[in-house]
Design a protein around this ligand. Structure first.
Ligand SMILES: *[C@@H]1O[C@H](CO)[C@@H](O)[C@H](O)[C@H]1NC(C)=O
Ligand SMILES: *[C@@H]1O[C@H](CO)[C@@H](O)[C@H](O)[C@H]1NC(C)=O
Ligand SMILES: *[C@@H]1O[C@H](CO)[C@@H](O)[C@H](O)[C@H]1NC(C)=O
Ligand SMILES: *[C@@H]1O[C@H](CO)[C@@H](O)[C@H](O)[C@H]1NC(C)=O
Length: 503
């Protein structure tokens, strides 16, 4: 009952804000173009957000277990992922939902500490292997292909105690874990993703400390983390490339998230500022992989600001020439997670920032417009045109490369089954994507919606729901109930069209 009355209020709010928000693009019409042949659709989840069973069958503790158990108030509603959507026991229900929607593939992650409970010993947990093998077999029996993430932020706590992503040994620890996964699961996996969203791992985990493991070291440790994440990714990619690719016939890449950064005005200074911000956000991880080394503007800014701030060397640790070659080219395609957009203005005045941080190192002002629609939390603004601009920028920056959208979706607080706002989001974002494909020649080959079921949304807990299926987190049985968006997405997949009919 509560569910339906709140959903009514929510719809009214969305309709109003859509009417007066964002006038400059109010004349946009959803495209009637069809998705090209061969384009595929999937849905995504991550282990800690859905599995629950946090200490079942010998699973080791991981940093998010520790981070939240130590201080429950770190999560808005003081919930945690101990049970979450209980997919450890209810994965067959998840697969049934996917079958209903008709997805081509499922993107999910493996929990490192379920496979190697203490992170780096040679003791592999047979129960952990068994769980994922059952899931793989269920997917196969239902004709659903797989895209598997090795690392979606859940570092075994035993490794964090040894320094985690700040310890150079993590490059070897990660390779050992990857080797075990390639060996046990390789035959079931169509696409491997080494690392998901390095920005969240390093900036949020070791910079501002808002995410596990909660290390606060802005502008210093977060760069050390970034260097190790990239080397660990590259090590796991090369191992795949040399020892597994030929035999398994699968692919392997890294997932990088990026917002779009739009210049605040037509001025050259703002255009330049926006580009600097894009390089600090997306380029920080993509430039080393796709072009080699950190973006030059990062090398220059961080070196200059570090010197002026009194550091004896740049806070951005350099890659050796050998490391630049090792990381460069470690991708099979460009994988993108995208949700929102910011405006960027050049900063006047100060020669260098007093504040030591990754944000300050970019040296620009980024903000969002009040007129833009807001999803469940303030920073989550719904700006569909930003997606199209980002896609065109990716092509202009990295060349005519294959792009796979590995996450895109929108949150609400209620979990309403009448989620017209989610349908509108998917429709408008995918429409701008199709325009970028047809008009901009951007080669997007697949789209992955986040998410198939409601799950545990990190520090927003159960306050932010992004599923196409509602999950009642108070019900021990965690039934999955179809929302309207699941039917819309199913229709897009079967008709390959965003509207009732296409050209
Ligand atoms: C929509 O409106 C904007 C601003 O008025 C204009 O620049 C743009 O060309 C219009 N687009 C279309 C498709 O009419
Ligand atoms: C820079 O300072 C740190 C301590 O703040 C020190 O450990 C390091 O050796 C110094 N590096 C150089 C190149 O002097
Ligand atoms: C897009 O990329 C895929 C994979 O590399 C390739 O097979 C396909 O021909 C490309 N499509 C276009 C339109 O360039
Ligand atoms: C969620 O489950 C609880 C416990 O079974 C129940 O009391 C509540 O009514 C359910 N809420 C909804 C919206 O179905």
């Amino acid at each position: 009952m509560g569910l339906f009355s709140t959903s009514f209020v929510l719809l009214v709010v969305v309709a109003l804000s859509a009417a007066d928000g964002d006038d400059e693009f109010a004349n946009y019409t959803i495209t009637g173009r069809r998705f090209p042949d061969g384009f595929t659709f999937g849905v995504a989840t991550a282990a800690y957000q859905i599995e629950g069973a946090w200490d079942a069958d010998g699973k080791g503790e991981q940093v998010w277990d520790t981070f939240i158990h130590e201080r429950p108030e770190r999560v808005d509603d003081r919930s945690n992922g101990d049970v979450a959507s209980d997919s450890y026991h209810r994965y067959e229900d998840d697969v049934r939902c996917m079958k209903e929607v008709g997805v081509d593939y499922y993107r999910f992650s493996i929990a490192w500490s379920r496979i190697i409970p203490d992170g780096d010993s040679e003791t592999v947990s047979s129960k952990g292997i068994e769980y994922y093998t059952k899931l793989f077999k269920e997917l196969k029996a239902n004709g659903i292909k797989t895209m598997v993430t090795l690392y979606h932020w859940d570092l075994p706590t035993a490794l964090e105690k040894k320094g985690g992503w700040l310890n150079p040994k993590i490059v070897e620890w990660f390779q050992m874990y990857a080797l075990i996964c390639y060996t046990f699961f390789g035959e079931y996996v169509d696409v491997w993703v080494t690392i998901n969203e390095p920005k969240q791992i390093c900036h949020t985990g070791y910079g501002n400390g808002a995410y596990a493991p909660g290390v606060v070291s802005p502008g210093v440790a977060e760069y050390v983390c970034a260097r190790h994440v990239l080397l660990a990714h590259a090590g796991a990619w090369h191992m795949f490339d040399e020892q597994f690719r030929e035999r398994l016939g699968s692919r392997n890449t890294i997932v990088i998230d990026s917002d779009w950064y739009e210049p605040a005005t037509d001025s050259e200074a703002d255009a330049e500022a926006a580009e600097v911000k894009r390089q600090f956000v997306h380029g920080m991880y993509a430039h080393p992989v796709f072009k080699g080394d950190w973006p030059q503007v990062m090398i220059d800014n961080v070196a200059k600001f570090s010197r002026l701030q009194g550091f004896n060397a740049s806070r951005l640790p350099a890659f050796s020439e050998e490391e630049v070659r090792f990381v460069k080219g470690t991708y099979d395609f460009l994988a993108l997670n995208h949700y929102t957009t910011y405006m960027v203005a050049a900063k006047e005045g100060l020669d260098f920032p007093a504040e030591v941080s990754w944000d300050a190192d970019a040296g620009v002002d980024a903000y969002q417009k009040d007129t833009w629609q807001t999803a469940a939390v303030g920073w989550f603004k719904i700006v569909p045109w930003g997606f199209g601009k980002l896609l065109r920028w990716l092509k202009a920056t990295y060349g005519d490369i294959e792009i796979v959208i590995t996450e895109n979706g929108v949150s609400d607080r209620t979990g309403t089954l009448r989620d017209q706002h989610r349908i509108d989001y998917f429709k408008a974002y995918m429409s701008h994507m199709l325009d970028a494909m047809y008009d901009g020649g951007v080669n997007v080959t697949a789209y992955t919606a986040w998410s198939i079921i409601d799950n545990f949304e990190w520090t927003q807990g159960f306050n932010a729901k992004l599923g196409m299926y509602y999950v009642n987190m108070s019900d021990p049985l965690r039934p999955r109930i179809a929302k309207d968006s699941s039917k819309y997405f199913a229709n897009v997949i079967s008709t390959r069209c965003l509207l009732d009919s296409c050209e």
